[in-house]
Structure formats: C-alpha cells, structure tokens
Design a protein around this ligand. Sequence first.
Ligand code: GUN
Length: 300
Amino acid sequence: MNTVLLKGKPVSENIYNNLINRINSLKSVGITPQLAAILIGDDPASQVYVRNKSRAFEKLNCKSQVFKLGVESSESAILDLINNLNSDDNIHGILVQLPLPKHLNSKTILHSVSPNKDVDGFHPSNLGLLLEGNPFFIPCTPQGVIEILKYYNIEVSGMHAVIVGRSNIVGKPMFALLAQKFEIGNATVTICHTGTKDLEAYTIQADIIIAAAGVPEMIKGNMIKKGVNIVDVGINRLDDNSEKGYKIVGDVDTDSVMGIAKSVTPVPGGVGPMTITMLLKNTVKSAEKFRQLTIARLNN
Ligand code: GUN
C-alpha cells in the first residue's frame, strides 16, 4: 500500500484564504483581531511556539502582543495581567502558553481567562459547551485535526477512532469532537492512556489513530491495521548529533508504518501548522462576536 503523507500546509492555506475576507471586513470597521500571548519562564520550545504564533498573526495583518514574565512570577501578578487583558476591548484573544512553571496552579490561571477571550478553548465553560455539542471556542490542536480529516476526505462517521493520550489539550476534546454528530464526527471512539493494559490490542483495531501521548515514536507498524489513517499530534525533541543538537519526531514511528497505513501526517509539517491556524481562526471569531455585541449595544 502506498502510504499518503497528509501535509498540514495546504489545509492551513485554504483556511487562511477564507479568513482574509473576514479580517478585511473587521478592519473596515476599525477592528483588528488581536491576541495577547502570555509566556511565563524560559522554556525554549514555548518561546518558539509563541514566536511562530505572533508571526502568523502579523502575516495576516492581525496583531499579537507577547507578555513575557519571569519564571519566578507570582500567581497574583499573572492574575492581575489577565484581569487587565479581560477588560481591554482591543484584545480579542488571550493565550497562556503551557506548560507553566511548577509553582503555578494552571487551573487557577486558565480559569481566570474570560471565556469570551479564551481562544485556546481551555476554560471549563468552553469545554462544557463542546461536551454539550454546542461549542464556541474549540481547542486549537483537536480542531486542526478535524480540519485535516475534512480536507483529505477521510471517512470518520461509523469508523473506529482510537485516541492515544487523554490530555485536556488534545485527547479529551478530541474525544468530544470525534464521538459527537458534528459535520466530521459520529465515530466509535476508544481513548487509550497510561492505564491501558494492552495498547496494541486497541490500535490494531483502529480505522483512525490519533496519536497524542507525547511519547516519541511509540506507534509502530506492527501495532496497526492495514489501511488505517493516522494523525500524529506528537512534537518531541530527541537529542542527536546535528548542529541543533536535537531533531523533532512525532508519536508515530513513521518509517515503520509506511506501506501499511493508508495515510499519516508528517512531523514536522502535519498537525503543527494547523494549531496556529486554528488560533487565528478563533481570534477572528472572537473579534466578530465583539463587533456584533458592540453593534447591539449601540442599537439599544
Ligand atoms: N502548549 C502546548 N500546546 C498548547 C496550546 O495549544 N496552547 C497553549 N496555550 N499552550 C500549549
């Protein structure tokens, strides 16, 4: 079987092209979608992600402000900043880059972001709406996975999807998206995690695998069924002898699934670019809601 590589770039370009008109329409009434990204500490991967997010916003004539805080920042200083951003009408999206330094309670911090500006979709109100089947902000990475499945016409309804990983960022919202009767969804979903006794017993049955465990190259060719479609969400740094000193690999051992899987997303260049695209889409959506509310207020 010829395994197809499902690249993220054409999918994200297609979405960007659709967003341009929406951004221009907002700009014509004086609204520029703007993200506030909060980066706490000096995690090198987080710095790269935040820089890439800002670049993508600027490329589409949107704004992105980065708030860099020291690793020792107190919870109250962060909550004050978030409060100010919550009430700033020029800010439409607030993102707190994860992971946070260990002394900070991520729940307290993520819950303090206004659900109306929670473009990451991590606030319990937004997660609850998603679980109810009535989402507003959908977490960016799982939303990006859905866009890839849609763009490449991968059949989901009635299929058995196996998600490996139960994080709040990917695994849990991915379950909510794939299991419900959305445009892309209606699958039978199994969610595997560190408590799963025999992972292979599940992955071998899957029509679709979403690998989101954060374990380098854990999904191997001998664990999958012929013709499976695989989405690799992993971004893992493995040390090597290259100039950079590391290489990026996914949660799938791509070489070993070639010829068995029907398709697989590459790492890098698969799901990665989609996360940023979805962040931009959510921020535009938030700015549009702000416009509607402003018009409604003026009419009253
Ligand atoms: N860290 C890893 N993925 C994400 C994400 O999607 N959003 C935020 N804020 N932090 C992350």
